[in-house]
Design a protein around this ligand. Structure first.
Ligand SMILES: [Zn+2]
Ligand SMILES: [Zn+2]
Length: 315
């Protein structure tokens, strides 16, 4: 099934969430009547940001919600409160105590600063099962350090008067290698390596649910694995930076960005090869360009359906 059923976000959960950015991105929110969402699988953009501390864009975090079960990809700062906002707006599966399963693309801070929040806040809100977290080498050590950092909090909650369970802050860490890494009755998840500068291991993920196939890039420079794993997938969620913005950057930053990230024209070529039903942009870097200009840079190369993602949109 291709993703032609969507002309804009199915739902924008919080009109205020996009603040000052809304004027530059509004052109990509179609006013056309929305059709019914896919029966079972929804994509909730919890955070579409970058390391830039943009108050309208939480750190990278996406939820794929199948029926009412959420699967998170990355845990950027703000992830739990964005999930709570989605729940308040009616996405039942985003109840904070439901947050249990997460897939980490790589260990950059912007993608993991919400990890402690993901471990502890749902526990305090009565999640009683351990979290299950999948990701690259180094995840086990990071998890151990976070649990150690908060050992006083854990001790006081468990030994004190708080009626808290003793299992919900625990984490089962799964350091994975490329291939099928997770399967249950709702989803199959495949990890594939992408090229993200000097990171020894950085993943993109392919999610196959009963009614949609979704590929998410994580952070990457142009990587052939994206098109190989999408191959006409329903939705490709991909990071991107503006070429015009890049051209204004200092040479040392250009060296960095071109090794770590993907420009709009490069993404256009990837999309032309991958042919997703819909391309959702996230982790956008504009550097003075507008959202419209960035989208146009992609359209010069690929004329498929492109949406400029904002926090708390649902597709
Ligand atoms: Zn990032
Ligand atoms: Zn990164």
């Amino acid at each position: 099934m291709r993703g032609r059923f969507v002309l804009g976000p199915l739902v924008v959960l919080a009109a205020a969430s996009c603040g000052s950015d809304a004027s530059s991105t509004g052109a990509h929110r179609s006013a056309a009547p929305q059709v019914e969402p896919p029966a079972r699988t929804r994509i909730v953009l919890l955070g579409t940001g970058t390391p830039n501390a943009d108050p309208d864009r939480s750190g990278p975090a996406v939820a794929i919600v199948v029926d009412d079960t959420p699967y998170l990809i990355d845990l950027g700062p703000g992830v739990v409160r964005r999930a709570a906002a989605a729940y308040r707006a009616g996405v039942e599966g985003m109840k904070v105590s439901n947050l249990k399963t997460a897939f980490i693309t790589h260990l950059h801070t912007d993608h993991t600063l919400g990890y402690a929040d993901f471990v502890f806040t749902p526990w305090v809100l009565e999640r009683d099962a351990p979290a299950e977290v999948y990701g690259p080498r180094g995840l086990e050590a990071m998890t151990g350090h976070l649990l150690a950092a908060y050992e006083e909090d854990i001790r006081v909650r468990i030994d004190g008067l708080e009626p808290v369970n003793t299992g919900g802050y625990r984490v089962n860490v799964h350091e994975v290698e490329p291939g099928l890494i997770y399967e249950d009755e709702k989803v199959r998840v495949t990890a594939f390596p992408v090229e993200h500068g000097s990171w020894p291991q950085s993943f993109g993920y392919r999610f196959e649910t009963p009614d949609r196939t979704i590929v998410i890039s994580g952070d990457t420079r142009p990587s052939p694995a994206i098109a190989e794993n999408c191959r006409g997938c329903d939705v490709l969620i991909h990071e991107v930076y503006s070429q015009a913005g890049f051209d204004r950057r200092a040479p040392e930053w250009q060296r960095y960005h071109s090794s770590f990230h993907t420009s709009a024209p490069e993404l256009g070529r990837i999309a032309a090869e991958a042919q997703p039903g819909m391309l959702i942009l996230y982790h956008q870097l504009l550097w003075g360009s507008t959202a419209d200009e960035l989208v146009e840079e992609i359209r010069q190369v690929w004329d498929g359906e492109i949406v400029y993602g904002n926090d708390l949109e649902v597709y």
